[in-house]
Ligand binder design. Sequence first.
Ligand SMILES: [Zn+2]
Length: 136
Amino acid sequence: MSSQPNQQQQTLGSRQKFMTSANKGKILSNKCLKCGHIMVGTIIYCERCHGNELQSIELEGSGSVVTFTIQAVAPEGFNEVGKPYAWVVMRIDNTSSLKVSGILIGIKSPADLPLGSKVKVESFDPKFGLKLQKFS
Ligand SMILES: [Zn+2]
């Protein structure tokens, strides 16, 4: 008999919480109590020092575009979204390096999304993950 929590269950639980936060426009993150590193809330061990004493914090889901890849509509006229979209990596405001990726619908060309554009989390889509939107 082990008293260790079931790791898979714990991962599922943190994913659920992450989704709930994203639906409120927030990013659930974990702060390592040992080294202060901040990482996304689905990670249960510190990426930097492997510490497992993490404090759950909710960050505003806003940040700036670091990089992105545009998915054009397939020639048949269909992709899973039905519109051109971009996979965006954003850096969360008020963190040194926390990055999350998500989908931003309606981006047709790089000119639609200059690097550094402000984006925010809109919701969590079960299929695509984080859905982002530009804000201005
Ligand atoms: Zn750490």
